[in-house]
Ligand binder design. Structure first.
Ligand code: UDP
Length: 336
């Protein structure tokens, strides 16, 4: 099939591109490189541009006879979305609606959409099933929910076939090397902890030590980025016009911030310094997936089931690419 991966130069998109290519699909990547990297695109054709450039998007869709769009291009930081909601409404909502309209205009009606567990807000109970009410507590989660609803409506009104995949915490890197997680500034737990192990930061701060969890730190469900990509491939093969599926993607097991730091110490053999800090705004205490629907609907079972196995792949990427996709000077500039 001919697949357009929007945001294919980013962390999760780049892993998707590699998998699609190895599965024999033809891939085009549309990315404005605002947070993605040209070097991350290891297959297919990269078109540098914005998804709100409707003329460009329509010609890419039409000229290449695209069958399916995979949409990874979004702003995805909870804290930033609270501080700068306009950016999130513009990019995640307005620009995505323009993408959907370009698809409609060119009769491309199949889409796999990156959604998030942040659409659930603070759940009444964990693990979180898809039946949990979606009541996001930050603009990021809300903008993703808006598009989920739009897709439902587009499937009814315009015969779209869609999958909305609600990721828990994406982590790790391709064991084949060459691609991995690189954000500037970095805000995600595992890369930050590994930067401490590499001497690029003094320490990691644990955000909150009085949460109602096993050790007082927040609990998350870390899922390997290649397992996420695998779920997309399976979802893509099942898209049907006029219907949609909404699925959680996680391992079903939660780990605390302290457990993750400890596992990073074991994997890296470095005595990573951590200190306790205040709670971070917008953080729910515990987010763990009930991913049994993805298993029954897609036959999807994560291959990386322990944080250790995930962190080992992340460590391999960080060790081999201490400055991420950039140059060494940049990495040294990140010392805290
Ligand atoms: N976290 C932390 N210190 C950091 C970065 C993150 O304690 O320097 C915590 C954060 O509060 C959350 C968990 O680690 O409970 C995962 O955060 P991340 O930003 O990686 O992903 P999120 O859960 O926000 O999507």
């Amino acid at each position: 099939m001919n697949i357009l991966v929007v945001g294919g130069a980013g962390y999760i998109g780049s892993h998707m591109v590699r998998l699609l290519d190895s599965a024999g699909h033809k891939v085009w990547v549309l990315d404005n490189l605002s947070t993605g990297f040209m070097q991350a695109v290891t297959a297919g054709e990269l078109i540098v541009g914005d998804m709100n450039d409707s003329e460009l998007v329509k010609s890419v869709l039409g000229d290449n006879r695209i069958d399916i769009v995979m949409h990874f291009a979004a702003c995805a930081l909870v804290g930033e979305s609270c501080a700068n909601p306009a950016k999130y409404y513009q990019n995640n909502v307005v620009n995505t609606l323009l993408l959907l309209e370009s698809m409609r205009a060119t009769n491309v009606r199949k889409i796999v959409f990156s959604s998030t567990c942040a659409t659930y807000g603070i759940p009444d109970k964990v693990p979180i099933s898809e039946a949990t009410p979606q009541q996001p507590v930050n603009p990021y989660g809300f903008t993703k929910l808006v598009i989920e609803r739009a897709l439902r409506d587009y499937s009814q009104a315009h015969n779209f076939g869609y999958a909305a995949l609600r990721y828990f915490n994406a982590a790790g890197a391709s064991p084949l090397g060459g691609i991995g997680e690189d954000h500037t500034p970095e805000s995600h737990l595992i890369p930050i902890v590994l930067q401490v192990a590499m001497g690029q930061r003094e320490q990691v701060t644990v955000f909150g030590n009085d949460w109602p969890t096993l050790d007082g730190s927040c609990v998350r469900d870390y899922i390997h980025v290649d397992d996420l990509a695998d779920a997309h491939l399976r979802a893509m093969e099942r898209l049907k016009p006029g219907t949609g599926i909404e699925l959680n993607l996680g391992t079903g097991t939660g780990f605390s911030v302290r457990q993750i730091i400890e596992t990073c110490r074991e994997v890296t053999n470095v005595d990573i310094k951590s200190v306790d800090g205040d709670r971070r705004a917008g953080d729910p205490p515990e987010l763990v997936a009930d991913a049994s629907k993805a298993e029954s609907e897609l036959g999807w079972v994560p291959q990386y089931t322990s944080p250790r196995s995930i962190i080992e792949t992340a460590w391999e990427w960080h060790r081999n690419n201490p400055a991420g996709y950039g140059d060494t000077a940049l990495a040294e500039g990140q010392v805290e």
